[in-house]
Design a protein around this ligand. Structure first.
Ligand SMILES: CC(C)(COP(=O)(O)OP(=O)(O)OC[C@H]1O[C@@H](n2cnc3c(N)ncnc32)[C@H](O)[C@@H]1OP(=O)(O)O)[C@@H](O)C(=O)NCCC(=O)NCCS
Length: 191
């Protein structure tokens, strides 16, 4: 995969930076304040995917994955870098020539377009790689706030039976799979 997004991305009012273990105290504070909000749809953001790892170990794993080109997971920080507003990332786990895009926000930072801006930036970066043919956003059927983001960016709902299974054994029938192809992205000119 030729995907090689930068480790730091400055957006309007929002900075994306590849996670480092040094971010653990800031992330811990955000997770504590947003626990119920995040547990509703993304319990793995609170607990991690691998049981028993400390937050520092989880962030070290993200940093190692970023360096190895295995996944690109970012913290979303305020412009001063003093608060974690959320997280987002690109994950090559939905079949060949494709990446999944994910995001979450702290409960106090919703409703301002931050996740939409981050998802738009990551979509553009994904298609900068010539071998990426599609980007997918996978939401639980009931997660309407999340679904509004790919809808806003021009993604289309696809038949989950045509989707590639993920590594977590997720029941695809429980998901809405949103997809943007390279051709659709090119047609739009931007997202
Ligand atoms: C999913 C989640 C990130 C959506 O948060 P969000 O605040 O709705 O998303 P955005 O930051 O893009 O903000 C969009 C909202 O801000 C509003 N907004 C204000 N200014 C805006 C701007 N400049 N640009 C775009 N939207 C703007 C939009 O109208 C929209 O509100 P609406 O959906 O009521 O119309 C959030 O609910 C969350 O973190 N949930 C828990 C984790 C989760 O579910 N992650 C996704 C898993 S698939």
């Amino acid at each position: 995969m030729l995907l090689a997004p930068p480790s730091a991305i400055q957006l309007s009012g929002l900075a994306l930076r590849a996670w480092s273990p040094a971010d653990a105290p800031l992330l811990r504070a955000t997770l504590a304040a947003s626990e119920a909000h995040l547990r509703a749809w993304t319990p793995w953001v609170v607990d991690g995917r691998v049981p028993g790892l400390s937050l520092e170990q989880r962030l070290a794993a993200h940093a190692a994955d970023f360096a190895a080109g295995a996944a690109w997971v970012y913290g979303m920080f305020d412009s001063g870098g003093t608060e974690v507003l959320g997280g987002c990332g690109l994950y090559p786990r939905v079949g060949p020539n494709a990446v999944e895009l994910g995001y979450w926000l702290a409960v106090g930072h919703t409703g301002r377009g931050l996740a939409t801006h981050a998802a738009a930036a990551l979509t553009r970066l994904a298609f900068d790689a010539p071998d990426i043919d599609r980007v997918e956003i996978r939401c639980d059927r009931g997660n309407t706030a999340s679904s509004r983001i790919p809808a806003r960016l021009g993604y289309r709902v696809m038949d989950p039976r045509d989707a590639t299974a993920d590594a977590f054994g997720t029941d695809l029938s429980e998901l809405i799979v949103w997809r943007l192809s390279r051709a659709e992205f090119a047609e739009r000119g931007d997202v």
